[in-house]
Design a protein around this ligand. Sequence first.
Ligand code: HXC
Length: 514
Amino acid sequence: MSIKRKTRELFERREQMLQGGGEKAIQKQQSLGKMTARERIIALLDEDSFQEYDLFARHEGRDFDMDKKNLPGDGVITGTGKIFGSPICIFAQDFTVAGGSLGSMHARKITKIMDHALKMKVPLIGVNDSGGARVQEGVNSLAGYGEIFYRNTLASGIIPQISVILGPCAGGAVYSPALTDFVFVVDKISKMFITGPEVIKTVLGEEISMEDLGGARVHCEKTGNAHFFAESEKECFEQIKSLISYIPWNNKRKARVLRPRNPKNAFKIENVVPSDPKQPYDVKDVIRALADGSDFLEVQELFAPNIVVGYGRMNGQTVGFVANQPLILAGVLDVDSSDKAARFIRFCDAFNIPLITLVDLPGYLPGVDQEHAGVIRHGAKVLYAYSEATVPKITLILRKAYGGGYIAMNSRHLNADFVFAWPFAEIAVMGPEGAANIIFRKEIAGAEDPEKMRRQKIKEYKAKFANPYVAASRGYVDAVIEPEETRHFLIHALEVSETKSVALPDRKHGSIPL
Ligand code: HXC
């Protein structure tokens, strides 16, 4: 055969594979407002940067007439590419081919690109759109999932792993995303569940729609399984690109420094925080006042909004912000916000991203529900995550830092590197009202005018303890600073922490309360 004919044959073979599941299946995919797997990859990556592998891989199903079926690429596209010039590995399941179901070759293509990502130490992006284990391939499909889960676990903390849910993800298809660092979902398109509505109806007799069971909002607001919510696939890809710009390629690198073109912030710090401790304010405005150009990429915005976590830059360097949100539940720590914060802190620590903690909270949320939901165990995760983190850890106490909340939010006692406080910060075991009621109970009860006495005792307690100076006198706070000076202090603290090096005690691994 001449070179020309061989080239032509390659061209024809490629063309056949690029058809995916065929015209009809593609039309169905598009009618649901979904891009095809290949379109998604092209939309996400830098122009002309995608290189595909294993295009000619053939599925291995032999039973139930599977051997007669041609499944192009076995329902998954794998390859390498770039985002903002940074290398990444990617796979995208093709729902038009056997519902993106996972057979053994499909799984092998995924594990091969995962191995590559781990070897080359670059981020892995998985675009999931799958009916789960391919029923016709039986235990071989289950084996495939197991091999993926194993690699997700080995890669954890070494390379960033990103999952995008762009269709139904049923059964085993949800557990790989659950093992990765970030899960992106799109309204109306993403569905994640272990057992679908039909199984639930059969087993429990309950009717529920797929959307209400495991739609994008459910996983962003209720379960916390998803980290980023988008209205469209296009918006979702922009979010992924933004995230990639903030995080490093692997755990041995630092995130790329992007000096701000315009470091001026739209938010003025002195206008943001009211000095009245009872008046709420939006802590995101404080973050925007501190971060370069007011840019802030929030993670898990819709889940446990009483804590805010996300990425910004300080003088070009990526930092992870963890901040109590006084607008919601006064910024308390509870079961969900503890989980959210601890997970974020651990990702930052694994990937060399310094932490800036903004404190304003009355403590942990009281109540039977919280106690029975395990606020002790979940709250302990925050203590653990901060204590074991060895990246630069900087704390700023804005207003209230009471009780367990004071300790948990990266206090000096958990080995913070720098602790700053604003002049109107209140660092105490509890709020002045509660404290006065306890320690002056007898005086108040025995007074001629108990209410007057109560007010006086609250004032006394406030004067003594509701300020940052007792903590500063003990060295628990390094500097009491003015709001206007904050950005300067934080950037200086980051600069002098650049070479921080701390070794934890030698051990296989700790045992974080899960
Ligand atoms: C084989 C599958 C499949 C699967 C879908 N298909 N899921 N083939 N194995 N798991 C095929 C369909 O037969 C159909 O083929 C094509 O994909 C498109 O599927 P439709 O049902 O027409 O699409 P849609 O109406 O959009 O519904 C999508 C769906 C539904 C909700 C995902 O297909 C579904 O419920 N599938 C089964 C989901 C499931 O129970 N998976 C769990 C597997 S067990 P044709 O040829 O007709 O076009 C599992 C355990 C692993 O994953 C546990 C590990 C821990």
